[in-house]
Design a protein around this ligand. Structure first.
Ligand SMILES: Cc1cn([C@H]2C[C@H](O)[C@@H](COP(=O)(O)OP(=O)(O)O[C@H]3O[C@@H](C)C(=O)[C@@H](O)[C@H]3O)O2)c(=O)[nH]c1=O
Length: 185
């Protein structure tokens, strides 16, 4: 696998290293040893499948508060999506900065989202499916969120939104949120 650190400290894009032959190719999509050598999370407890019927579906931005904070490893297995993250760790040099990456069925790229980040994606094509692992169990009581259009973040999306849940439209402004519990992650 090829790991590239993103502008936000601790976040990575990960590309496959295919070994091709006449049958097609083989590549590792996760390797406990390779992740461990980079100090990345190796213990994932959920694999989530997110199907989205239309282009422009936005999910996020979500995070879980400690002790349920989680790492996510996301890829797109059908269609295409723009995945974006925001650093919510108050003691990080990139606090409140965001970054995005296109994940498609063709490029097979993954994004590694560290603890303390808000995570979201918007689909770029109809019938887009994401498959992602998470290092903590779903814990709705600890869920937090950031609005994709929070004025503090100035996130530019490559597509207009066609669907978004009421929950994701209603997260409070970041300026009104106390994120101290994400310090030190
Ligand atoms: C995330 C999740 C949801 N659910 C349930 C709750 C609800 O009934 C239904 C849909 O939940 P949501 O609307 O929160 O689903 P969704 O908006 O797709 O939530 C996901 O968004 C992306 C961006 C992430 O980063 C994920 O971690 C997760 O938060 O599925 C679970 O049972 N387990 C889970 O792990």
């Amino acid at each position: 696998m090829i790991f590239n650190e993103m502008p936000l400290k601790g976040a990575y894009t990960i590309d496959l290293q295919p070994r091709g032959d006449q049958r097609g190719f083989f590549a590792r999509a996760f390797c406990q040893r390779e992740f461990g050598e980079l100090g990345l999370e190796t213990n994932f407890v959920q694999m989530n499948d997110s199907f989205n019927a239309k282009a422009g579906v936005l999910r996020g931005m979500h995070f879980q508060r400690p002790p349920s904070s989680e790492v996510k490893l996301v890829r797109c297995i059908r269609g295409a999506l723009f995945d974006f993250i925001v650093d919510l760790r108050p003691d990080s040099p990139t606090f409140k900065q965001w970054s995005g990456v296109e994940l498609t069925a063709e490029n097979r790229r993954m994004i590694y989202v560290p603890r303390g980040f808000g995570h979201a994606f918007v689909t770029l094509k109809d019938d887009t499916e994401a498959l992602y692992m998470a290092s903590a169990f779903y814990d709705p009581a600890s869920e937090g969120g950031v609005r994709f259009n929070d004025p503090d973040l100035m996130i530019n999306l490559p597509i207009a939104i066609s669907e978004i849940s009421d929950k994701d439209q209603s997260w409070p402004d970041l300026a009104q949120q106390n994120l101290e519990f994400l310090r030190g992650l």
